[in-house]
Design a protein around this ligand. Structure first.
Ligand SMILES: [Zn+2]
Length: 378
């Protein structure tokens, strides 16, 4: 019987591949090759890493679409090192949403922001379409100052889940309109022109509750109590916006939180370039995100009571590293999808209690661990 098994198995496998191809028209095998511009990385001392010291501040960095392929490609393209891969605590995150094996950024973001799984497309709402509290809403009454920062528009799913409650992520105007009633002390994301395209009533309500600036050096920043900084661009022509604003947000929030602060930083465009299978731009976004990671880890190193958690909302592109050269930084990548995938995503952590994030966990677990460490009762 055995000799018949192999051809039968082969036939079975071939037909599985065929049906997968007809089911998922997104399956591709786009080969791409690139070099990246080498940049320095930072390695902290690890003095406070993994200790039981009190956590006063948490910086959560989310690389949208940042799966293993993106981390591998960026690390090897950067001569074998990233600040995030210099860290010692590593975990894996499962990203399934309540209604789909493959999540979108709204459902996974909501899990990261609230500790609860929900349906794809939902922003800060449970599967019953009821608003559920997010980390800033749990922490602000306890004396923490909270903020978000993203290279997406402010209404993008990942920043939105930390301040808005809407059942459809596409409801751009409704999401912006949720900002004034939010508890955020600091927000920065795209863009000036997106803000100016909102209804005047929304713009007025935001201006009444936030100091709105278009320039981080605006003198109004220093005396403000709540700040909305809107850059002109969040695309690759944005310069060092992401790392520089990470520093700015840390500085702003650490001066305003009586008990501490919580900051979410999103590198939003890794995902967008993986969707279109563009390798050089994916690498550029990964390396820029790693500079924001560096800013967070440098602060954690000198502060001693700051926990940094770096992960992703989902993988995008079924991005695979298939070849390269460590010396020249040349990498060869195969994108085998133009969509999100259900694969687990990597997590890196640094600071006191970083080890709590090792091992395999759900995206919702990450939020619940953060809330517990900061003394919030759910
Ligand atoms: Zn996406």
């Amino acid at each position: 019987m055995k000799k018949y098994l192999a051809p039968i198995l082969a036939l079975f496998c071939a037909s599985q591949v065929l049906s997968a191809q007809t089911e998922n028209r997104e399956i591709t095998a786009a080969l791409a090759e690139s070099y990246a511009e080498l940049q320095s990385t930072y390695t902290p001392s690890f003095k406070v890493d993994g200790t039981n010291a009190k956590v006063r501040n948490v910086i959560l960095l989310i690389g949208d679409g940042m799966g293993h392929g993106a981390v591998n490609a960026a690390m090897y393209a950067n001569g074998g090192a990233l600040t995030m891969t210099n860290l010692r605590t590593f975990g894996l995150v499962r990203t399934q949403s309540a209604d789909n094996f493959t999540t979108d950024s709204a459902a996974s973001g909501t899990a990261y922001a609230t500790g609860q799984k929900t349906n794809n497309g939902f922003v800060g709402m449970n599967t019953e379409r009821e608003p559920i509290p997010n980390i800033p809403e749990y922490l602000t009454p306890l004396g923490y100052a909270c903020g978000v920062l993203s290279t997406d528009d402010l209404n993008g799913a990942t920043p939105a889940v930390f301040y808005a409650h809407q059942a459809a992520r596409g409801e751009k105007e409704a999401i912006w309109a949720d900002l004034p009633a939010s508890v955020l002390k600091f927000a920065s994301a795209g863009t000036q022109s997106t803000f100016e395209s909102m209804p005047l009533a929304t713009q007025d309500a935001i201006k009444k509750t936030f100091t709105v600036v278009y320039d981080p050096k605006d003198p109004a920043v220093a005396g403000s109590e709540r700040l909305l900084y809107l850059p002109e661009s969040v695309h690759l022509d944005r310069g060092d916006y992401l790392p520089a604003t990470t520093e700015m947000a840390i500085n702003y929030l650490s001066q305003r939180g009586k008990k501490g602060f919580f900051l979410m930083v999103e590198g939003a465009r890794i995902d967008k370039h993986e969707h279109s299978n563009e390798l050089p731009e994916t690498l550029a976004e990964m390396l820029d995100f790693d500079k924001a990671v560096e800013a967070a880890v440098r602060f954690a190193e000198q502060d001693g009571h700051t926990l940094v958690v770096i992960s992703a909302d989902h993988e995008t592109g079924a991005t695979l590293l298939t070849g390269g050269d460590l010396e020249t930084g040349f990498v060869r990548v195969s994108f085998t999808s133009k969509s999100h995938t259900p694969m687990m995503v990597p997590l890196f952590a640094y600071g006191p209690h970083s080890r709590d994030f090792a091992g395999v966990q759900e995206n919702s677990d990450v939020a619940n661990k953060i809330l517990q460490l900061l003394g919030a009762k759910k």
